[in-house]
Structure formats: structure tokens, C-alpha cells
Design a protein around this ligand. Structure first.
Ligand SMILES: C[S@@+](CC[C@H](N)C(=O)[O-])C[C@H]1O[C@@H](n2cnc3c(N)ncnc32)[C@H](O)[C@@H]1O
Length: 163
């Protein structure tokens, strides 16, 4: 399953969500980390470092767990990237991105509350990100939840803002 998913992300997945809210934030931000950037679609709007273990359009081809920069980021994008595989996998990466966020920083998320399949590929644990889980992580890391909105295919988009 995971092998199939890696191949899908490396060769077949196309990043086509040019979210206007994210674009406006990227234009204003000093620098940005895009976790699981796919084709790195936000890079053209600002100082974005795109990180992705499988997509060669990333600036850094690696798992987010292996990324240990000297700096923290005021804006982090996690658009459909650390919201599947299994609960521990997600939890580990949620903890990791929390360490990379500046005080009062913002993270833009896209998650999937209801569909276990993406373009015919079955994604493990892919449909578990409901509002209660979003609220759980907000409580765990002391984030406010802002800009909740619906994306294509029933996705939930929202921002976590560090208090
Ligand atoms: C559904 S795609 C989303 C890509 C892009 N963010 C977008 O908006 O189109 C999920 C991405 O997460 C990446 N990914 C998978 N495991 C990851 C990890 N451990 N760390 C960072 N990114 C990961 C995949 O390679 C894939 O490019």
C-alpha cells in the first residue's frame, strides 16, 4: 500500500490547488515552509521552501521528520500532506511541525474528513480528519483555529495559529 502511494506521489499526483487564501499569505510572509509540497505550486508567490520525500520538484527531498533547520517559520503549509498513513504517523509529524512554527506563527492545512480514496488510490487513515481531530490538535498544541472553509471533494481547509 505505502509503496503504491509513494509511486503515485512521485509520478502521478498533480498539484492543482491554487488556494487564494494561502497565496495571499505566502506573498506577505518573510519565508514559508511547504510540507509535502507536491509540485511546489506555492513557490512562485514568495520565499517558499518546498519539502517532499517523493516529488522531485521539491527544494528538499525528504521526510519532514528528518528536517532540522536552524530557524523556525512564520508560515507553514500542510496541504493534504501529513494527514494519512496511520494515527502514530500523523501524530509524529504534527509534533514535528509544531517545533518548526514560530511563536504566533500560522499553519495552513487541508485535510480529508470523509473519503478514503484519492484519485483511485486508497489512502490509509485518509478519511479520519474530522473537526474533532482538528480541535484535538488545537488543544494539544495551543493553536487557534481560523479560516475554516470547504475545499473541493469535501476537504476541510483551515489555519492553525499559535497563541
Ligand atoms: C496529496 S499530495 C499534496 C501535495 C501538495 N501539498 C498539494 O497541495 O498539491 C501529498 C504530498 O505529501 C507528500 N508526503 C508524503 N509523506 C510525506 C512526509 N513524510 N513528509 C512530507 N511530505 C510527505 C507526498 O509525497 C505528496 O506530494
Amino acid at each position: 500500500m505505502i509503496q503504491n502511494l509513494e509511486t503515485y506521489f512521485a509520478y502521478d499526483y498533480v498539484s492543482n490547488d491554487n488556494d487564494q487564501h494561502v497565496i495571499e499569505l505566502v506573498k506577505k510572509a518573510e519565508y514559508v515552509l511547504d510540507v509535502g509540497c507536491g509540485d511546489n505550486q506555492f513557490k512562485k508567490y514568495g520565499l517558499v521552501t518546498g519539502l517532499d520525500p517523493f516529488n522531485l520538484k521539491a527544494d528538499l527531498v525528504m521526510d519532514i521528520l528528518d528536517f532540522c533547520p536552524d530557524q523556525k517559520y512564520p508560515l507553514i503549509i500542510c496541504f493534504g500532506s501529513i494527514n494519512f498513513y496511520d494515527a502514530k504517523w500523523v501524530d509524529d509529524r504534527m509534533k514535528k511541525v509544531a517545533t518548526l512554527l514560530e511563536d504566533k506563527g500560522r499553519m495552513c492545512f487541508k485535510v480529508n474528513p470523509n473519503k478514503p480514496f484519492g484519485n483511485g488510490v486508497k489512502l490509509e487513515w485518509f478519511d479520519r480528519w474530522t473537526m474533532p481531530l482538528i480541535e484535538h490538535y488545537a488543544e494539544m498544541f495551543n493553536y487557534n483555529i481560523e479560516n475554516v472553509r470547504e475545499g473541493d471533494n469535501g476537504r476541510i481547509k483551515f489555519d492553525y495559529v499559535a497563541r
